[in-house]
Every structure is written in C-alpha cells, then in structure tokens.
Design a protein around this ligand. Structure first.
Ligand SMILES: Nc1nc2c(ncn2[C@@H]2O[C@H](COP(=O)(O)OP(=O)(O)OP(=O)(O)O)[C@@H](O)[C@H]2O)c(=O)[nH]1
Ligand SMILES: [Mg+2]
Length: 578
C-alpha cells in the first residue's frame, strides 16, 4: 500500500509535484489509488429485526475489531451492543439512528454503517445510502422479503448501489431456500446467485456449502454466540465432515446443489456491480454461522469507492418547481482536490462530551487534519481541526483520510446535512434526498422555567435532521408544529429533549396529514390571494419557504384544481432556502 520510489523529501504532508497521485505521509510516499482501492464503504439494510445490528457485531468479531460480540439480547442485561449506543435504542431494542464503524481487516479499511430498519427512521437510512458504495441486505429467512426491505432495495436500485444478500436466521425454520431465491428474482426483480447454500434447516442447520471452493463449512454453536464458531471444513466426500450429517440432510443438500448447477448461472462480477445480480449468502448472525464467508466473499467482490457527480445549483427562473439542477462534472475519487459531503449530524453521542459530530463521506482527494476547505452553505473557508475516525460512540483523532472514508468533524455549528466541504469551490454535491412529512404534531413546553433548554434542544435536534418543524402563518401561537415521516420520530424528540436537555415536553395532535410546498418566490400578497380548502393552513418551513397543510389528499387535489396557476411540490424544490 506504500511506495518509497518517488524522491524522498522531508517528512510532512506533501504532494509529489512530479507524481501528484503520491503523498508523503509520515516518512513514506502513499499512492492515492492504493488507498482508494483498499477502502470498502457499505451499509447494512433491512426490514426491522432481520438482524442488522447482530450481523454488524459479528462482522466486527470476525473482522478482529472486537474480541467479544455483545448480542442484542444481552441488552436486557444492560450490555449495549457496540453499534447501538443511544439510550432509547437500548431501552426499546431497536436501532433508531445509523452508526459508523471503521476498522481494518485483511488489508482493507472498512467503513461499515449499521442502519435502522423502522420506516419512521428511513430518512436516516436513506441519507446513509448516499454515503456508501454497496450494501448488505439482511433477510429473515423465515419471512422472506418484507415491505421495508423492498423500499430500501428500490432506493439502492435507483442509486445503482450493488447489493449483497445475507439470508439470516437459518437456525430457525426457514422458507425453502430455493423459494427465497425465487422471491429475490420475482419480488425484487434482481438475479440471485447463491454463493453458498445452507446445510440443514432450523435446529438441524449445521452450516453452509461454499459453491465456489466446493467445501462444506460445518459450525458448532457457542454460548450466546459471543465467540467465533468452531468450524470443520471439507469436501462433499470428506468422511470426517460427511459423518456429521445424517443421510436425509446430506442427500437433500446434494440434490439442491445439483439443481443449482443445472440452473447454470455463472458468477458474473459485471452483473453484481451493475446491480443486476445479488450474491446470496446463507447463515445465522446470532450463531456466527456463515459470517466469515460473507465477510470474505463481500470483500472479494464489493466495489471500492465510487466518485460522485458535482451538481450545479439551478437558477430560479419563474417556475422553480420545474428547474432541475444541472449536473456538473463527475468527480473521480482520484481527483486532486479534497471533497466530501455531510450526510449525517449527531449531537450528544457521548454524554461526556455533549458536542455534535458532522459525518462526512470523503469523495475525492486527501483529507488532512487542520486543512482549510470551502464550506458550501456559508461559502466561507473553514479549518477542519477536530477530525475523528468513528467506532460506534468511540472516536479517535484522525490525521488523514481518503476517498471512501467516513470521518466525524466536531465543533462546527454552521454545518448542516448535505453541505459540501472541498478545496475546490467549484465542486458541489447534492446527494441528500428530502422527505415529505406525513405526521404532524404540536410540541408544547409545559415548564416555562425550562424554556431555554427546550428551545436549544429542539433547535439542535432539527439541525440534526431528527425532525422538521413548520410555523403557521398569521398565528400568535409560537408553538412549533413538528413534521415527521413517521410518529416514532416524535417519541425520539421527546425522549432526547428530556434526557439530553432536561426539558419535558407535551405532544398535541395536529389535524393535517399532507404538506405541499408552494413556489419559493410567492409574496405575502400572493399568499393572501390563495383560495384555501376548509381546514387547510399556510405555514413556513425553517428556511421560510411557504407550504400548505391539508387535512387529506383530497383537499390537496381540490386546491390544485382551484389554484391552477400555483404549482405545488411534495418536496422543497432545489432552489428553496435551506
Ligand atoms: N434465531 C436467530 N435470531 C437472530 C439471529 N440474528 C439476530 N437475531 C435476533 O433477531 C432480533 C433482532 O436483531 P437485531 O440485530 O436487533 O435486528 P435489526 O435488524 O438490527 O433491528 P432494527 O435495527 O431495529 O431494525 C434479536 O432478538 C436478535 O437476537 C439469528 O441468526 N438467529
Ligand atoms: Mg439494528
């Protein structure tokens, strides 16, 4: 990964002027291409409860990043998993927010992002998908493809992110493995290539057959699955391994393998990278069966860091809802300028620090601590001095980072989700998707003595993108109207306001279910002139962009009919103030 061939210079952070792809790091020259090639940045996605966090833990165990896996069930005994750190997550046993874990394994640097499965938190998951180059889709083999998996799959498809599939929970009675492959092909419309195949089902699940090496891997369960599962490996005719299987299981496996061979699909890297085929691995995350094979198989075939298109913000030209952003240049990871974008902000990850971290995906060039970059939102230069690599809630100062890396920047209150940081101000990324809220509720502060904490906490949570807020037009009440993709987000806001800011709050249901953005250039007089259906109201988002709140879809459609010249948009348009 290092090269000492270019002329040696004084140690420091110097780019080689004759070979711009070489940088002097410590005392050796580092080639940017080598660094890029060793990065793998991926997310784990699925419907709730399929086992993402458990699998994440086990990948860390097999990746040598932790010695002892804390399984999710151990939460009951107050032992948190490494990736689920928030108080509420521990309490409810679900992931609410995504987590970044960076570790080295087998010459690779992995940036792994565990995501929440619940649909109310899909905003967080979708943002994470902008920061990765591939995903591992976890499926509960007893249930097959569940609704949220389908939605997430669609997002990956749209983004062209290659998908690897882990059929989890094979230690429980599962659907027929062939039927599971069939579901992938018919429900999701993606070709499925089984890299390995389960041997036995449910309590008789013993391991997997690796179709590429033609070896059986038979595992033993360990208590609580905290340690690596002992494994015995051998061919189909190896008596030692064969002796562990009863005749029925053995013959069934051999028969199914013959059917797969007969189906005749060959491994095709281009189809995997082109999002046409998903490699399928079977196993059990909680028992550690098949985890190593997944990790190694994934690393062998998963793509390295991809570049991103630089977008040029569109001009307001009368009809902003129809002004698409112009797509600018494709910025390759090897591009000499450093660039990256913020895809997530999280405050109070560590109660000891109580600060906020902006998570940046490095897209091109080299990041160096203390470097000065252009910040797209403020259009100012900022110095990035407090940079960290992340491992759940643990952080460590990082001096340099390369494309594919996810780093955490602390101490920049002006940073927002979606912002670009770069040494070349011409680069601007518009990667972060926006969501249309579907749940609305007033949030009251019943304790006037805690007004400051309430306000400060709410502002902070909104900056993190935990929730959106709207303010009603012509209203004397200053109570914020919270707007969420799903109602669990309200619960998170209330819980975090109390636990992190000491502010108790009270929710009051609001009558609207639909919000639509009005053109940004509408003046107050224009708003007065609108003909509003009964029960609807005009409000402003945080960027002071006008919106209309409707009680139902029908009412929104009625508005469209009666205000033909006023285009509505389900999302704030690109030109809207953020
Ligand atoms: N039997 C069995 N249970 C498993 C396996 N893997 C995970 N589980 C259990 O499934 C439940 C959910 O696991 P999690 O890892 O929290 O699932 P998740 O996908 O991260 O859930 P969310 O983040 O809330 O969407 C827990 O009770 C796990 O112990 C497995 O291989 N076999
Ligand atoms: Mg989870």
């Amino acid at each position: 990964m290092t090269d000492s061939s270019p002329a040696a210079g004084a140690p420091g952070k110097i780019q080689n002027l004759f070979r711009p792809d070489f940088w002097l790091c410590s005392t050796t020259w580092v080639n940017i291409t080598d660094e890029i090639q060793k990065r793998r940045t991926f997310a784990i996605i699925s419907h709730p409860d399929a086992g993402k966090t458990t699998l994440t833990e086990k990948l860390l165990l097999y990746g040598g990043a932790v010695q002892l896996a804390g399984s999710v069930t151990a939460r009951k005994n107050q032992r948190a998993t490494t990736s689920d750190w928030m108080e509420l997550e521990k309490k409810r046993g679900i992931s609410i927010s995504s987590t970044v874990l960076q570790f080295d394994y087998n010459g690779y640097r992995l940036n792994l992002l565990d995501t929440p499965g619940h649909k109310d938190f899909s905003e967080d998951t979708y943002r994470v998908l902008t920061a990765v180059d591939s995903v591992v889709m976890v499926i509960d083999s007893a249930k097959g493809i569940e609704p949220q998996t389908r939605k997430l799959f669609e997002v990956c498809r749209q983004r062209g992110v290659p998908i690897f599939t882990f059929m989890n929970k094979c230690d429980r009675p599962t659907k027929d493995p062939l039927a599971l492959l069939d579901e992938l092909e018919h429900v999701l419309g993606i070709g499925a290539f089984p890299v390995n195949w389960p041997i036995g089902n449910g309590s008789e699940f013993q391991g997997v057959y690796d179709r590429q090496t033609k070896l059986m891997h038979l595992f033993e369960r360990t208590v609580g699955g905290q340690y690596r599962a002992p494994v015995q490996v051998g061919g189909l005719d190896d008596p030692a391994v064969r002796g562990r299987l009863d005749d029925a299981t053995f013959h069934k496996t051999v028969e199914e393998l013959a059917m797969l061979e007969h189906a005749g699909h060959d491994w095709d890297d281009a189809a995997v990278l082109g999002d046409k085929t998903t490699p399928v691995f079977f196993g059990s995350a909680s028992n550690n069966f098949g985890v190593q094979l997944l990790l190694d198989g994934f690393l062998k075939h998963a793509p390295g860091p991809k570049g991103r298109h630089s977008a040029v913000a569109a001009q307001v030209n009368g009809d902003p809802s129809h002004a698409p952003p112009q797509v600018g240049d494709y910025i390759t990871p090897e591009h000499p300028a450093f660039s990256g974008f913020i895809f997530k902000i999280q405050a109070n990850m560590d109660p000891k620090h109580r600060d906020r971290i902006a998570f940046v995906r490095v897209c091109s060039g080299k990041f160096e601590r203390d470097m000065t970059v252009h910040h797209s939102r403020s259009e100012k230069k900022v110095r990035l001095s407090s940079s960290h690599k992340l491992f759940g809630n643990e952080r460590e100062t990082v001096d340099e980072a390369w494309p594919g890396d996810v780093i955490g920047l602390v101490g920049h209150n002006g940073f927002g989700i979606g912002d670009t940081l770069t040494t070349d101000p011409k680069i601007i990324y518009k990667e972060i998707p926006r969501f249309t809220p579907e749940a609305f509720s007033y949030l009251h502060n019943p304790n006037t003595a805690k007004f400051k904490q309430f306000r400060q906490g709410l502002e902070q949570l909104m900056q993190e993108g935990v929730i959106q807020a709207l303010y009603l037009r012509n209203s004397s009440v200053k109570t914020p109207l919270l707007a969420a993709v799903g109602p669990l987000q309200f619960e998170v806001v209330q819980f975090r306001l109390e636990s992190e800011y000491g502010a108790v709050s009270r929710l009051e249901a609001a009558p609207w279910t639909v919000v639509r953005w009005l053109p940004v250039d509408m003046k107050e007089d224009d708003l007065d002139a609108l003909s509003l259906p009964t029960g609807s109201r005009i409000a402003y988002d945080l960027g002071k962009n006008p919106v209309v709140l409707f009680t139902n879809e029908w009412s929104a459609e009625y508005f469209i009919k009666t205000n033909e010249r006023v285009p509505l948009s389900a999302l704030p348009v690109q030109t809207a103030r953020e």
